[in-house]
Design a protein around this ligand. Structure first.
Ligand SMILES: Nc1ncnc2c1ncn2[C@@H]1O[C@H](COP(=O)(O)OP(=O)(O)OP(=O)(O)O)[C@@H](O)[C@H]1O
Ligand SMILES: [Mg+2]
Length: 364
């Protein structure tokens, strides 16, 4: 977006990135951060829907905003993009404060949840649309549209109408329509939600590939933890209008800072009753001890004896529900699962201990 005078960083050029793999160099050389949110607030219907969000996204970084329905993700993204005025706080892009600017004056582009393509326009016309209002020459528009379509692998559908292409292809048109604007900051609201499971994975990988190739600072809103874990440099977990934790996917999984984050990322069981005997971490009454299913192993000499009450085949592994008295745990078992009704020894690996909802111990 070359017509945003208040912003210091030049937009990445598609052309410049076509051949060379210079993305990493450019990122390292960039003096200022990509996107910074400070104390972002929004009150809607008398409720603090976004309640003081602070977030830094480095130039070229992909951060997911992950959280349950209604936690304020879309509201946050719309304030970042400029479609919704803030009730407090600031938005900075490429070092420039854009809080008071409308969406067309920000160096960002947003892909909406329901990507709304124009049905009467061809794919090319849809992608070219945002450039029509931006004093971009006809020739330059044609080049940029061609580049964007090539990037998302849709050159062969340039003349097609949206109704004649698949859902995944439509989603990629919406992505091309954002990328053609050469944004410094790409904002995607649930970009995969309308796709079936298989397409979701391929479009997801494609978004990541394009994002890394162009080095675009990106925020993806999702309520799908698998999506967030697989594409993100870092994940910001949102709850009730606030960010509970920001961390790289592996760190988030290994050390969920709050009980809420632990319940939202990956599977956990609460360790109770007889199973507590094998917890090798300090805890007191009132603490909650959680264990991940892959940390629960079946072993003949395991210190706790349990009964196999259910076996669910999950593909390359089985989810096995174990009971000792009235306490239950889940275990992931690869290879032949045990028979329902059989007795087995159980051993616990690392656990997470929460006190008043906050992590106090993570054994490793
Ligand atoms: N115009 C409005 N007036 C009143 N309340 C609103 C308005 N817009 C949104 N809300 C409320 O704000 C909260 C956050 O909405 P938001 O769309 O940001 O959630 P979300 O995290 O994107 O959820 P989802 O995953 O379902 O898309 C919701 O409880 C919603 O009902
Ligand atoms: Mg939403």
């Amino acid at each position: 977006m070359t017509d945003a005078p208040t912003v210091a960083n030049p937009a990445p050029s598609l052309q410049a990135d076509r051949t060379a793999d210079r993305t990493a160099d450019r990122r390292a050389a960039a003096p200022t951060g990509g996107l910074a949110l400070r104390g972002l607030r929004k009150t809607l219907g008398g409720r603090d829907v976004v309640d003081g969000i602070d977030l830094d996204v480095a130039k070229g970084e992909l951060v997911s905003l992950l959280g349950p329905s209604g936690c304020g993700k879309t509201t946050t993204l719309r304030m970042v993009a400029g479609f919704l005025p803030v009730d407090g706080g600031s938005v900075t892009m490429g070092g420039g404060d854009v809080t008071a600017l409308g969406p067309e004056r920000r160096p960002s582009a947003m892909v909406f949840q329901n990507y709304a393509l124009w049905p009467h326009m061809t794919v090319t016309q849809n992608v070219a649309f945002p450039l029509r209002t931006r004093r971009v020459s006809k020739q330059r528009t044609a080049e940029r549209v061609r580049d964007a379509l090539e990037l998302v692998g849709l050159t062969h559908h340039a003349g097609s109408k949206p109704t004649t292409i698949s859902g995944g292809e439509q989603q990629r048109v919406a992505l091309a329509r954002a990328i053609v604007q050469e944004p410094n900051v790409l904002l995607l609201d649930e970009p995969l939600s309308n796709l079936d499971a298989k397409l979701r994975v391929s479009v997801r990988d494609e978004i990541r590939r394009i994002q890394q190739r162009l080095g675009i600072t990106t925020v993806i809103v999702t309520h799908d933890q698998d999506e967030a874990l697989s594409v993100s440099d870092r994940i910001a977990v949102m709850h009730d209008g606030r960010i509970e934790q920001v961390a790289a996917p592996g760190d988030l999984y290994a050390r969920p800072a709050t009980r809420f984050v632990a319940s939202f990322i990956g599977a956990t069981s609460t360790v109770r009753g007889a199973f507590l005997a094998d917890v090798r971490a300090p805890f007191t009454d009132g603490d909650e001890v959680l264990v991940r299913p892959e940390e629960v192993t079946l072993a003949d000499d395991g210190p706790v004896v349990a009964t196999v009450v259910r076996v669910l085949m999950r593909g390359h592994f089985a989810e096995v529900v174990l009971a000792a008295g009235d306490a239950e745990l889940r275990s992931f078992v690869t290879g032949a699962p045990p028979a329902v009704g059989s007795t087995t020894g159980v051993r616990l690996g690392s656990v997470l201990v929460y006190r008043d909802g906050v992590l106090v111990e993570a054994t490793r």
